[in-house]
Write a protein of this length. Structure first.
Length: 273
């Protein structure tokens, strides 16, 4: 299978980089084809500008409409087109990053901002004119996974942890980007206490990461509800007979007890755990 690994860490000697190298070696050894986007190494430009769309500087820039027009005309900036080609080639995408201020690094956010333009990431229409999103879209049929390093403890990102359950912290990425564009989303790989990992613990952590990414095409995805599967009314509100009494993010799983904050999402960083 074909895998695109997108990474966003500024230090080539980091824990993130070491884990990426070991995981990619294992995936290649298993016969998978790999392409990478090391955003810092590429010096990726994260800023959306009119230059992305060959826009006439004399006119007002409407980012959504102009980006969709440039996509249709084939006039998107070359670096955007290159990333879209990688995505089109891949059967699955792994996105790896350190969690900074409850989100992804700005360079990675800018990758999504620039690459997922109108008509590609959003504003996708079916033949009947309906919007294709949340389980449908340009990237439907592909799989996605996040590999996230985190300075806090595993418990602090658990169901009652002060940092909030990791599945809720990552919901904007898992549901709002991956699932929105049609991709099936695997539970995340969370490396906790990443800034104080003892060297002797690294082999065990790497083995666990490799085990998780090796299940990219076999593990069950998160059970998000599809927009057009009958669960939502014409206002895109969950029907009253679906998950009655459940509100908030949990309501948008077909099994409201599901999520990624359980043990399967964690990569223990304490030796012997």
């Amino acid at each position: 299978m074909k895998i695109l690994w997108v990474s966003a860490h500024p230090e080539p000697k980091s824990l993130n980089a070491a884990l990426r190298g070991d995981a990619l070696a294992a995936l290649r050894g298993a016969g998978h084809q790999i392409r990478t986007s090391d955003l810092y190494g590429m010096r990726w430009n994260p800023v959306v500008t009119a230059d992305d769309f060959a826009h006439d500087p004399g006119g007002r820039l409407l980012v959504g409409a102009r980006s969709g027009q440039a996509l249709a005309e084939g006039t998107l900036a070359p670096d955007i087109l290159a990333e879209q080609r990688k995505l089109g080639w891949a059967d699955a995408v792994i996105v790896q990053f350190p969690l900074w201020w409850y989100g992804m690094p700005a360079i990675l956010k800018g990758w999504f901002d620039r690459v997922f333009v109108e008509g590609y990431g959003y504003g996708v229409r079916g033949e009947d004119g309906s919007t294709r999103r949340y389980g449908e879209g340009t990237l439907a049929g592909k799989r996605a996974m996040t590999v996230v390093s985190f300075g806090g403890s595993a418990d602090s990102a658990g169901p009652r942890g002060i940092n909030g359950p990791i599945d809720e912290v990552l919901f904007p990425i898992h549901h709002g980007i991956f699932w929105y564009t049609g991709m099936s989303v695997l539970p995340p790989v969370l490396i906790d206490s990443a800034d104080r990992l003892p060297a002797e613990c690294y082999p065990g952590v790497a083995a666990r990461v490799i085990d998780r990414v090796s299940g990219l095409f076999t593990d069950a995805p998160l059970p998000f509800r599809s927009q057009n599967g009958g669960d939502y009314d014409d206002r895109f509100v969950l029907r009253e007979d679906r998950a009655p009494g459940v509100t908030g993010l949990r309501a948008h799983y077909t099994d409201a007890r599901s999520g990624a904050h359980g043990p399967e999402a964690q990569v223990p960083t304490r030796c012997g755990v």
